[in-house]
Each structure stands twice: as C-alpha cells, then as structure tokens.
Design a protein around this ligand. Structure first.
Ligand code: IVH
Length: 478
C-alpha cells in the first residue's frame, strides 16, 4: 500500500516537473528567437552575448533531460543535426523560372516597350517598378508548414533541386518559425550567400588551418550548402535574403497586391530583405535606380551581378504572364564584371590532369569586386601571345561571380616594350618531359601521363570528385 502511495506521489512530482520544464522551454525558445532576430536582423541586441549563451545553455540542458519536449523551432535545432547520407531531390511545386537579361538603358527601354505593346491602350501612364540588387548567391526555396520551417532546397533545373534543409537550419537569419499572422503554409524564395567580410574572415581562418582558400563567395556558398554534414555550414556565416514567393496560398487572407507589399510581408515575417530594394515610378526613374545600384556595387558588403527589375503591380504581372521560361514582367539587367589594375609579378605554368599546361599570372594582390585576387588565368599560349604580356606589366584583371579571375588587358605603358617576354617553357615544369603541341586543340601538353606527378595527383582528385566516385572528404588537402 505504502509503495503504491509513494509511486503515485513520485508520478505526480514528475508530471509537475515536466510541466514546469515545458513552460520554461517555451519561454526560452520564444526569447532566444526574439534575441536572434534583434541581433541578426535589426543589429540591435538587447542582451550580451554572454547572457544569450547562458539562456541557450539552459535550453540545451532542458532538452537533454526532456528530449520529447524539444520544439521543432528550437534554436538548438539549427546546429548539430545529423549528417545526411546523400542529397535527396527537392520538388518545386511551382517551378523556379529564370529571367531574361538586359544590358543597359536601351534594353531596359525595349523591355518597357514590349510591356506596353502587350498591355495595349490601358497601360498605366507611368509603370511602377521594383528595382532590386541581383544578389550573386544561390537561388533557394524554403517551405514553411504550420508556420514552422519544413524544408528547403536549391533551384536545380527549376523543377527539381536538392534538399538542403539540414544546412539551411544553420543559417542564423533564416527564421525557423513564422508569426501567427503568416499563412499556415508559405513558400519563400531568395538567395543564400556569404557577405564579403564573413567570406574573407573564413578564408583567413582556413588559410591559418592549412586549408585551401575558397575562390569566391558564390563558390563557397555553393560548396557549403551542398555539404552532407551540417557542421560545415554551422561554422560559416551564410545569410538568406528573400526576394520572391511561390504565390499566396489559396484561401489565405489578405494577399499582397504589389511586389513592394511582398517584400514588406517578408520583413514582417522575420526574413531579411535587401535594404536597397527601391520602388520606382516610371521608366526613367527605373533606369536611374539600376544605374545607381551599379555605382554602389563596389561599396556593397556582398556581391551583386546586376539589378532585377520587376513590375510592381501583381495584377499587371498576372496579365503580362510568361514567355516560355521567364516572366514578361521582370528582367535582370547585368553589369559588366568589375575590372581593376595591378602588376604582373610572375607567371607559373600549371600541369592539369590530362597534361595540359595552363599559364597562371601571379599578381600583386588586389581587391576585385570585394575579393582579394593574386592569381589569374592566362588560358593558353595563344592568349599569352594575344595579350603580348611582359613581366612587370600593369594589367587589367576581371572577375565575375562564377568565373576564375582573368587578365583582360595589358596596359601598354612606355616601359612595356622594354620588359622581358613571358615565355612558355620547353619542358614540363613538374616532371621535366619535353612539352608537345597538341595540334587538335590550342594546348601545349606534357606527354608523360602517369609518369608526371601533377597528372597522377590530378587523376586521383578527379577519381574522388563528384563527377566520378564522389568520395566525400577526398579533396586536395588530403
Ligand atoms: S526574382 C521569375 N529577385 O536571379 C524569377 N531573383 O534568373 C524571379 N536573383 O537565380 C526571380 N536576386 O535567384 C529575383 N532580387 C532578386 C534576385 C533574383 C538574385 C536570382 C534568382 C535567380 C536569378 C533569376
């Protein structure tokens, strides 16, 4: 009898403790989400990092003691979720389309002319546009169900991408839950990217640890978001900027009427939007905004490769519709890649996997579009000859988001003619075999095959790469 009584009392105590824990955990999750937003969205923290870490620790401890009570939107879920075995397909319910390109004011005028032709007589006197920086990141879709982060995936071919939820969860400025006034089911789209400061810092850390530097922020973001183990993403400062949605859920109240309203809605739901997005009245204002952004480009803390122009009014967008795979109501105005001058300090000749020799310029380090560049490709011997490159020349270096920097021009100053030519070597710089001219391609190669250490190394790397056996962890470093 006594035993049963004690047992019942114990049970009761446990239930009380569970209830207390539940209440405290709810409070902690709410507070931590709020502090996260204040810190990451609004740059206005209310508590010290130390106080935040204490709250976080308390939540972790409670979740360890009551694992069943862990909320799906808990900030602790952002980190340490288990690695996935492989990336699984991510189906876009509404296809992710692409944009037509424009190059400059004339083509923007043509873009509006087409819109006017399509709309006919009842086109507004001044068409309203949103002009937004075209962020040079990775297009991403994120789905919320029951106002909670459900999953997210890459664009892929527009219909099916890859599920990268495990890594998206680690992005600090991506909300894991939406406020009560958000629709129950909601799909947002945007760009995942590294800001330049975070990118440089990360590269410095990698270099200090003896790891390879990332080429540029975009590649780094792509590489990070596709990792199977979310620990990689957790330590890297990725950010998410939202710029569109996959429609307003059917039946949900108060659909937005303009792109500007969409952007306000994203912000209200806790997403980061670009502060430089600008509403413009009429063609001239739109062109001015596109050109303003181009001027601002070198000063921005992240990379952009153009401006996206969107007709603001969603009813007009609806009428304009699509041509094949892109909307008639939007266009991407592309900016030319940034170019800066620096000095050629030397040239090295790299031996590729198949023996092809590529001349690479060693440059006095220079910042191009926010990234420090000290190497640039010179492609092949024909390019060397075309540029008439000499040691010590001043050169114009270009880089655009996804391309390896290249020497775009040689400044033919008065000393140029007197400087020594850059000469292709006669022998392989690695194994010493006499180089051969490949008559079928514009290439000079080392014919030594697997007798050449560089080619062996290239072959092993290729074998382990994603294109071949996809051996996770077998990279350059190892
Ligand atoms: S709107 C119908 N807005 O550019 C397409 N896209 O080809 C609606 N991008 O990879 C896209 N910044 O992810 C839009 N402010 C912005 C953007 C933007 C970058 C990317 C987009 C896609 C490509 C469009």
């Amino acid at each position: 009898m006594m035993q049963l009584f004690e047992y019942a009392q114990q049970q009761k105590k446990q239930e009380e403790a569970t209830q207390l824990a539940q209440g405290r955990m709810d409070q902690l999750v709410t507070d931590l989400i709020r502090h996260n937003r204040l810190y990451h969205e609004q740059d206005a923290p209310e508590i010290s990092d130390y106080a935040y870490d204490r709250l976080y620790r308390e939540l972790e401890d409670l979740e360890r003691a009551w694992p069943d009570l862990q909320r799906p939107d808990s900030p602790t879920r952002r980190v340490g979720s288990a690695p996935v075995a492989e990336l699984t397909p991510f189906v876009h319910d509404v296809p992710m389309l692409s944009l037509q390109n424009a190059f400059g004011a004339d083509e923007l005028r043509e873009f509006e002319a087409k819109i006017r032709r399509f709309l006919g007589a009842d086109a507004p006197a001044d068409i309203e546009y949103m002009v937004e920086p075209k962020l040079d990141g990775l297009a991403m879709e994120v789905v919320y169900e029951g106002r909670r982060f459900a999953r997210g995936g890459t664009r892929g071919d527009g219909a099916v991408g890859e599920d990268v939820s495990h890594n998206l969860r680690t992005i600090q400025n991506l909300p894991m839950s939406l406020p009560p006034d958000a629709p129950d089911r909601f799909t947002v789209r945007g760009e995942v990217l590294f800001e330049l400061a975070g990118f440089e810092e990360m590269n410095a850390r990698r270099e200090a640890a003896g790891e390879r530097r990332f080429e540029n922020p975009r590649n780094a973001a792509a590489g990070t978001i596709r990792q199977l183990d979310p620990r990689a993403a957790q330590d890297r400062p990725l950010r998410f900027f939202s710029h569109s949605a996959a429609g307003w859920p059917e039946g949900a109240a108060a659909p937005p009427a303009t792109q500007a309203e969409w952007l306000d809605r994203f912000k209200a739901y806790g997403f980061t939007t670009n502060p430089l997005n600008r509403r413009c009245c009429g063609l001239e204002e739109m062109i001015a905004a596109v050109e303003d952004l181009q001027r601002l480009r070198p000063t921005l803390p992240y990379e952009i490769d153009g401006a996206v122009v969107k007709v603001n009014d969603l009813a007009l967008q609806e009428r304009l519709g699509f041509v094949t795979r892109s909307p008639r109501w939007a266009i991407a105005n592309k900016y030319p890649p940034p170019r800066v001058r620096t000095v050629l300090d030397g040239v090295i000749f790299q031996v590729g996997r198949t023996g092809t020799i590529t001349p690479v310029a060693c440059l006095r380090p220079v910042r191009v579009g926010g990234v420090t560049v000290s190497r640039a490709t010179l492609h092949n011997q024909e390019e060397l000859a075309r540029l008439d490159l000499r040691m010590g020349d001043t050169v114009g270096v270009e880089r655009s988001g996804d391309v390896i920097p290249k020497v775009a021009e040689v400044i033919k100053d008065e000393d140029h003619a007197a400087r020594p030519h850059v000469r292709f070597p006669a022998n392989c710089p690695d194994c010493g075999a006499p180089l051969e001219n490949d008559p079928l391609e514009v290439a000079i190669r080392c014919p030594n095959g697997l007798g050449c250490p560089s080619q062996v190394r290239g072959a092993i790397l290729h074998f382990g790469s994603r294109l071949c056996m996809y051996i996770d962890g077998l990279g350059e470093q190892r």
